[in-house]
Design a protein around this ligand. Structure first.
Ligand code: NDP
Length: 248
């Protein structure tokens, strides 16, 4: 028996990077997984890859989580396809880095609408099913940047700090129905999002990581699986930092 046998999970941003690693790990532990990403090609190829390893465990859904109406409508399709949702992982995220002095309203809106409102939209889309499931889980993928700030990322830091507030408020609201709500705050993880950093930037980051290396998507998948599993049933409203010791 896997740790998530008979569970249904929705993983946003599951097409690539951290989300794909989470979706893959959940399927390995017996879950059925709705793999959500913005583009059809991305979520479909991730779902195909997962199904090759664990037949019939994943379905792809192309959804822009920043679009409230589209997310609510697609949420209904996911519920029709799987019958319920036990675990929601709000992982979809984008960056539009720029110093605040030069940051445009559009840079601000795209990042806040995707990273923060997108999570709220998904909670709204699945809240009834989550509240009914008994022992459901919401896991929001924040960032160490939401805890400590970062120059050039005012929009991103605000969205990720906002996710922590959302996590704690929902943890209090949903506790009576035994739904736990937690956040994972990754440090610097090797994905497409960080691939644009040049070697000098990577070296500077690694100097500030006590464990001396960038993290991998699997490191975040492990922490997320723990919070999704029955082993974490008495943990709610918490932020699990997975960052090689950057923030302590
Ligand atoms: P990637 O850029 O590799 O992947 C992002 C995923 O999010 C993609 O699948 C993308 O879809 C999806 N996505 C983006 N916008 C939307 C949207 N509007 N609607 C639906 N899906 C969307 O990111 P990472 O894997 O690196 O990051 C995943 C999460 O972890 C993000 O929230 C990020 O902020 C956070 N994080 C990452 C860190 C890192 O160092 N990498 C550090 C700290 C936090 P598509 O594939 O279709 O483009």
């Amino acid at each position: 028996m896997g740790k998530l046998t008979d569970k249904v999970a929705v993983v946003t941003g599951g097409g690539r990077g951290i989300g794909k690693a989470i979706a893959h790990r959940f399927a390995a532990e017996g879950a059925k997984v709705a793999v959500v990403s913005r583009s059809e090609s991305s979520c479909q190829s991730a779902a195909d890859e997962i199904n090759q390893a664990f037949p019939d465990s994943a379905k792809a859904f192309a959804i822009d989580v920043a679009d409230t109406e589209a997310t609510i409508a697609a949420g209904k399709l996911i519920l029709e396809a799987f019958g319920k949702v036990d675990i929601l992982v709000n992982n979809a995220g984008v960056t539009r880095d720029q110093l605040a002095l030069r940051m445009t309203e559009e840079d601000w809106d795209v990042v806040l609408d995707t990273n923060l409102k997108g999570a709220f939209n998904c909670v709204k889309a699945f809240q009834r099913s989550l509240l009914k499931a008994g022992g459901a889980r919401i896991i929001n993928i924040s960032s160490v940047v939401g805890l400590m700030g970062n120059p050039g990322q005012a929009n991103y830091a605000a969205s990720k700090a906002g996710l922590l507030g959302l996590t704690k408020a929902l943890a209090k609201e949903f506790a009576a129905r035994k739904v736990t709500v937690n956040a994972v705050a990754p440090g610097f993880i090797a994905t497409d999002m960080t691939a644009e950093l040049n070697d000098a930037q990577k070296e500077t980051i690694i100097k500030n990581v006590p464990l001396g290396v960038l993290g991998s998507p699997d490191d975040i998948a492990s922490a997320t699986l723990f919070l999704a599993s029955s082993e974490a049933s008495y943990i709610t409203g918490q932020v699990l930092t997975v960052d090689g010791g950057m923030v302590m």
